[in-house]
Design a protein around this ligand. Structure first.
Ligand SMILES: Nc1ncnc2c1ncn2[C@@H]1O[C@H](COP(=O)(O)OP(=O)(O)O)[C@@H](O)[C@H]1O
Ligand SMILES: [Mg+2]
Length: 530
């Protein structure tokens, strides 16, 4: 049988042609229009731009233009800008070790120019004229030719992957690609507050962010990007220790997300995804968030550039901390402390604390009897226990129906006489019910239990056919962020199957016309935002 592994290379060794080298490099950094945008935005910021405008057509696949008012590229350096491994940002290894610019590899423009039609127009402030270089995607450029342009740079990228059908096939719908573009602009908006940004898609203005020069303006920008809800639920933090500084906004634990979409983390202004960071944050929120919920935050970590290696991956979204442990501990301690301070201490919930009036005498030991355990106000507690009984009843009804459909087990048969959530014994901290069922003691989170039951009912309703809906007497108008509006519009079909009728009525506005009848009386706004 012939060997599958050729023992001789099929061709002699020779250097790859430059165009192919660039296309291979593009394979690492240019995955979709958003990765092109990321590189162009980084270049604009590195050039000291105060204003950056972005224009996209068809999700950026057809056309993507980034214009800035930065330092510009001199005429005789334009050719170098599109040459591989040519950069103005570092010159030595020493520079690389302490790099503070976003770019430094000198790869982006040549890579982009090998997989799309690239055109660069730039003018340095000292020059009367701008100069333009035009590439056709083959690695050859025409120019520079004189052009009219204010000081700064304009980079236009057209027909991404027109010459690499295999890659083009992997691009998603225009809408999805645009979502990615928007995501990058928003990430950037939260890293450089003083830079004004605007984004247009298919000639429609999607985002306009004026420069934020003071704290109030920064808060406004955070609200514009992360949504009003986040802005209302967050606190601003700033802590410095041992050469590190952490600042930004973090949401109270009462505001959590079903996804990790509102998590922005920057190291020295560079958006990064890092396991050490993710772990520290998750741990800090561990006691206060339900399983499956994710915290929301915009956080900046500043530290000595030499203590962090940014040259880990071509896309530069990963970093390596020289002392990961110190970073982890710092983040965890700061966040943990802030969260502890944020915990609601009122309404008798924090019963472990001694009353302020008698700091020296220890509080009397509460006797854990059925009526006394952590019950803040008797009336409230009774109402809550009653509502628990209703929930428990509902759970029993649900499980009975399930059994009815032939899913009965012996275990279930044995437990039939006891409601699945058991009989309530006591209520703790106004949050939990201590109950006893056939298997022993159970601690039930009242809120979570209620959510679960509603969820199961809704799931069944969806399963059984059109979900009964209830039209809202007054349609609910919601001001949302541009991303939320896009998501809302995109999810319209899926939501309508669930009984939520929703329309987009503006770039940052949604209207809810109907909700599932099952959820009548709930906080519709919160429901939809979630
Ligand atoms: N918007 C811009 N404004 C000024 N100079 C730019 C701009 N974009 C690119 N350049 C110049 O072109 C060079 C090459 O860019 P790029 O290929 O992205 O590599 P890198 O950013 O890693 O240096 C940069 O080093 C910079 O000098
Ligand atoms: Mg660059």
């Amino acid at each position: 049988m012939p060997s599958l592994v050729a023992c001789r290379p099929p061709m002699p060794i020779r250097p790859l042609p430059p165009q192919l080298v660039n296309q291979i490099a593009a394979g690492e950094v240019v995955e979709r229009p958003a990765s092109v945008l990321k590189e162009l935005l980084e270049n604009a910021l590195d050039a000291g731009a105060r204003r950056v405008s972005i224009e996209a057509e068809q999700g950026g696949i057809k056309r993507l233009v980034v214009s800035d008012d930065g330092c510009g590229i001199p005429r005789d350096e334009l050719g170098l800008a599109v040459s591989r491994h040519a950069t103005s940002k570092i010159a030595t290894l020493r520079d690389l070790e302490r790099v503070t610019s976003l770019g430094f590899r000198g790869e982006a423009l040549p890579s982009i120019g090998s997989v799309a039609r690239l055109q660069i127009t730039s003018r340095v402030p000292a020059s009367e004229l701008a100069w333009r270089l035009v590439g056709d995607g083959s690695g050859h450029y025409q120019g520079p030719v004189p052009a009219a342009h204010p000081p700064g740079t304009r980079v236009e990228v057209r027909d991404l992957f027109f010459n690499i059908p295999a890659r083009r096939k992997f691009l998603r719908t225009e809408r999805t690609e645009f979502q990615h573009l928007l995501g990058h602009v928003q990430r950037l908006a939260l890293s450089r507050f003083t830079v004004s940004l605007d984004l247009r898609h298919n000639r429609r203005s999607v985002l306009e962010l004026p420069p934020a020069e003071d704290e109030a303006a920064e808060d406004l920008r955070v609200a514009a990007v992360c949504g009003e809800d986040f802005a209302e639920a967050c606190v601003r933090i700033e802590h410095a220790r041992a050469g590190m500084r952490l600042w930004g906004w973090m949401a109270r634990p009462t505001f959590s997300r079903s996804q990790t979409d509102l998590q922005y983390f920057y190291v020295n202004g560079r958006p990064v995804r890092d396991r050490t960071v993710a772990h520290a944050v998750r741990q800090a929120y561990a006691d206060v968030l339900f399983h499956g919920r994710h915290p929301a935050y915009v956080l900046h970590l500043e530290m000595d550039p030499e203590a962090v290696d940014v040259n880990v991956h071509p896309a530069k979204q990963e970093v390596r901390f020289r002392d990961a442990r110190a970073v982890h501990d710092f983040l965890f301690h700061v966040l943990h402390r802030v969260i502890a301070e944020l915990r609601p201490g009122s309404a008798g919930k924090l019963r472990t604390q001694a009353p302020a009036s008698s700091p020296t005498t220890p509080p009397p030991e509460p006797s854990p009897s059925q009526t006394e355990v952590g019950l803040p106000y008797p009336g409230v507690a009774e109402a809550q226990v009653a509502s628990y009984a209703r929930m428990s009843e509902a759970a029993r009804a649900l499980s009975a129906e399930t059994e009815h459909r032939g899913e009965q087990t012996n275990q279930a048969a044995r437990e039939k006489s006891t409601p699945p959530l058991g009989f309530a014994l006591a209520q703790l901290h106004g949050i939990y019910i201590l109950a006893e069922n056939a298997r022993g003691l159970v601690l039930v989170d009242m809120h979570a239990a209620h959510e679960r039951i509603t969820y199961e009912r809704l799931k069944r309703a969806v399963h059984e056919g059109p979900v009964p809906t209830q039209r809202l007497l007054v349609p609910l108008h919601l001001q949302v962020s541009a991303t939320e509006a896009e998501h809302g519009e995109a999810a319209r079909g899926a939501l309508s199957e669930l009984g939520v009728e929703l329309d987009r009525i503006g770039p940052r506005a949604l209207v809810v016309r109907a909700i599932p009848a099952l959820l009548a009386g709930t906080d519709v706004e919160r429901l939809v935002r979630d």
